[in-house]
Design a protein. Structure first.
Length: 364
């Protein structure tokens, strides 16, 4: 969603609604870094491993070295808050039909040329209006809005990892689940901590080539693939989204390579969503993804043997929004955009043939 809708969307509690008067309450010591000589530090949160001098910040702009100690400047510094359907994340095999209370802070550790939320992801925390929303207040607000989960989303949750960890713990105490919507640029140690705290991690896999990651994302593919493999190995629920950008990452070979990698490294039952690109930010010269391109991507991945391949960001009601049982081919979750039209699952099994459909089920 666009930032202009964020803060108007929910009434934050009184304590949280006051604009920040000081940085102090948003500032806590970072949990993943190493001290170096001469008051330098090395950040160990994401694969960039920024080495930062005293009084300097890392690439993401939200972490600062102060006298040899590294700090996050975005703890509970929420610049976006909104209840969203879980289908919008998209997570299709996770509490279908439920709402996720969605929050973000400023900052990101990559710079995608197509970013839809560049006005919060590509700025420093001081450049965007924010509210103080500590973990327990976030959990209370999530319940107040009758959401079943907290979603860390819109910008890049990796760069506000300390807040995610604490808010997910507070959410769990309040009976809430947590989901992370991330590009997956994260080191293994913080990722393992996240997997222990949250219930699902959706990864935006931007392409299946290092060239695209270098030229369009300013990141790397390899650490994202490693992150996906780890999430899967640790048993945290995951779904993969691939934004198809015309002419840049839409070849048959790339789709086939992606499908084969998922099959061999993650398994056939990981949901894969092909999402439609809309011209935005630094890629305004390209057209939206034609529907036949998305359908071609799905057909290739279906043929390679993936069980749950979806198409998203298209006119509601496309058949590729539905979940089909891979055994009997009947529709077990029928969707139209973010709406669940019908659910034919009993205890996570297909109502027609009893085949188990993977995911975290429980509500329509
Ligand atoms: S999280 Fe930020 S400071 Fe740390 S390595 Fe990544 S970009 Fe650099």
């Amino acid at each position: 969603m666009k930032r202009r809708g964020f803060l108007q969307a929910v009434a934050l509690p009184c304590a949280a609604a006051c604009a920040a008067s000081s940085d102090a309450r948003f500032t806590i010591e970072a949990r993943f870094y190493e001290k170096l000589p001469y008051k330098k530090i090395k950040c160990k949160l994401c694969p960039r491993e920024c080495v930062i001098d005293d009084r300097e910040r890392g690439y993401c702009g939200v972490r600062e070295n102060r006298g040899g100690t590294y700090y996050s400047l975005v703890y509970a510094r929420v610049c976006a808050a909104h209840p969203d359907p879980i289908e919008k994340k998209p997570l299709f095999h996770f509490l279908p039909g439920s709402m996720a209370f969605s929050v973000a802070t400023a900052g990101c550790n990559v710079n995608c040329k197509f970013c839809q939320n560049w006005d919060i992801s590509q700025v420093r925390p001081e450049q965007v209006a924010s509210n103080f929303l500590p973990p327990k207040d976030l959990a209370a607000l999530t319940r107040q809005y009758q959401c079943l989960s907290i979603a860390y989303t819109y910008s890049e949750p990796v760069v506000f990892c300390e807040y995610v960890l604490d808010a997910a713990a507070a959410g769990r105490e309040a009976g809430l689940k947590s989901v992370v919507i991330s590009g997956g640029h994260i080191q293994q140690e913080p990722l393992k901590k996240l997997c222990g705290r949250v219930d699902a991690i959706k990864i935006d896999l931007k392409a299946f080539s290092e060239k695209y990651y270098k030229e369009v994302v300013n990141g790397e593919l390899k650490p994202v693939l490693n992150a996906l493999a780890t999430i899967r190995k640790l048993g945290t629920w995951t779904e993969v989204v691939y934004l198809v950008v015309p002419t840049l990452n839409d070849s048959d070979e790339e789709f086939r390579g992606l499908a084969r990698w998922i099959l061999s490294e993650l398994g056939r039952d990981v949901p894969l969503h092909f999402s439609r690109f809309h011209p935005e930010y630094l890629l305004k010269d390209l057209p939206p993804t034609p529907l036949p391109t998305l359908e071609r991507a799905k057909a290739i991945c279906d043929a390679e043997g993936l069980d749950y391949v979806y198409i998203g960001n298209v006119a509601p009601g496309h058949p590729a929004e539905n979940t089909r049982c891979p055994k009997c081919r009947r529709v077990v979750v029928e969707r139209a955009g973010f709406t669940i039209r019908a659910l034919a699952l009993d205890g996570g099994k297909c109502r027609f043939c009893q085949h188990a459909i993977p995911g975290i089920w429980g509500r329509i």
